[in-house]
Write a protein that binds this ligand. Structure first.
Ligand SMILES: [Cu+2]
Length: 365
């Protein structure tokens, strides 16, 4: 087990291991481009990088030693800007693995059957940053379950982890024996065991819900045992007739600040055409609040935890607390690439540029 992945220090969460690595790379490249290093060995690159980092305004870096050649404020600013630019230009960066993929059920005499295997995998959260994940079917977030009000559903859980686990269906109002809380409603599902959950989705319980581990959850959900459970209504309201339906799951555990299991620049942009309506289903599986801010256009809030709001209301920053789901609709009436990020700024940007909970809404003209 990679110790760092289960007990990261704050610096790793804030700056990210890969960010540091790519910082070293870009700082070395800048040094070469600027003619300050003629032939660049690893150690000289790191020295240059360390000098650049120490003068970049970071508060956690050791006190800078006096560089041989004084670095002017302009070149320091240029170095920082180059790192910021490189991050933006890399977006959306390719990484291995995609979470939250739509899960097609198998049908068994009218029952929608979803089989989930919980197991350890390696997960790339941003380019070059591989972490240990505990995942359903190899995905973080787990595959997206989408059913309809009043559907009969069977979820078969196989535990291939080294710990017991279980699944709680967060937001669904189920019979108590299907609630998925060890020692309250069921025994834990031990390593090597399986457990079958089966229920009828109650009428009126539509909306954006979640499924996740409810056993040693700070670790298990933090490592990736979570997913979206969406219940489509039998009769959709006019307000929810949209062109794009996007699930955005936030997390802040051992993988750092992530949107659908990835950190910027590996996050996925939301794409729409001018004039289209986009529904965003925010879900917070983390342990911190995340006020999500969209630039350029407002969001109309229609649902909280799957329940319709008394009347839709507007905002541009929406606080999403742990366990909450908020559904909003954006009328995409302004073309461009609009930044979309958590507004707790250390979740989104550092000296090295944007990272973590940052993505974009791209409105194509
Ligand atoms: Cu945040």
């Amino acid at each position: 087990m990679n110790d760092r992945s289960i007990s990261p220090d704050t610096t790793d969460i804030l700056y990210g291991i890969a960010s540091r690595r790519s910082f070293l790379k870009s700082a070395a490249a800048i040094a070469v481009a600027g003619g300050t290093v003629a032939a660049c060995s690893d150690s000289s690159a790191q020295k240059t990088a360390a000098t650049a980092r120490n003068t970049s305004g970071g508060t956690t870096a050791p006190h800078p030693s006096t560089p041989a050649t004084p670095v002017s404020a302009v070149s320091t600013a240029d170095q920082m800007d180059a790192m910021h630019e490189a991050g933006i230009k890399a977006f959306p960066a390719r990484t291995e693995g995609k979470g939250n993929q739509l899960f097609a059920p198998k049908m068994d005499r009218g029952v929608k059957v979803f089989e989930l295997t919980a197991e350890r995998v390696q997960w790339e959260t941003e380019p070059g940053k591989k972490v240990e994940a505990w995942a359903y079917n190899g995905q973080v977030p787990g595959p997206q379950i989408r059913v309809k009000e009043a559907d009969r559903v069977r979820v078969i859980l196989h535990n291939k982890l080294s710990e017991s686990t279980c699944i709680h269906f967060h937001g669904l109002e189920l019979p108590i024996e299907m609630d998925g809380v060890p020692f309250i409603t069921q025994p834990p599902v031990k390593p090597g065991q399986s457990f079958t959950y089966e229920f009828t989705v109650p009428a009126g319980n539509q909306g954006s819900h979640m499924y996740h581990s409810h056993h040693n959850a700070a670790k298990q959900v933090g490592l990736g045992l979570l997913g979206a459970f969406i219940v489509e209504p039998k009769r959709p309201r006019k307000v929810e007739q949209v062109d794009v339906d996007y699930v955005m799951i936030l997390n802040d555990g051992m993988h750092g600040y992530t949107v659908n299991g990835k950190g910027f620049p590996a996050t996925e942009p939301i794409k729409a055409k001018l004039g289209q309506k986009v529904r965003i289903r925010f879900m917070n599986e983390g342990m911190m609040i995340h006020p999500m801010h969209l630039h350029g256009m407002h969001m109309t809030v229609i649902d909280k935890d799957g329940w319709a709001q008394p009347a839709p209301w507007k905002c541009d920053t929406l606080n999403v607390a742990p366990g909450e789901r908020w559904d909003v609709v954006v009328n995409c009436n302004k073309p461009g690439v609009w930044a979309f990020h958590c507004h707790i700024l250390p979740h989104a940007e550092s000296d090295h540029g944007m990272f973590g909970m940052v993505t974009a809404l791209i409105v194509e003209a």
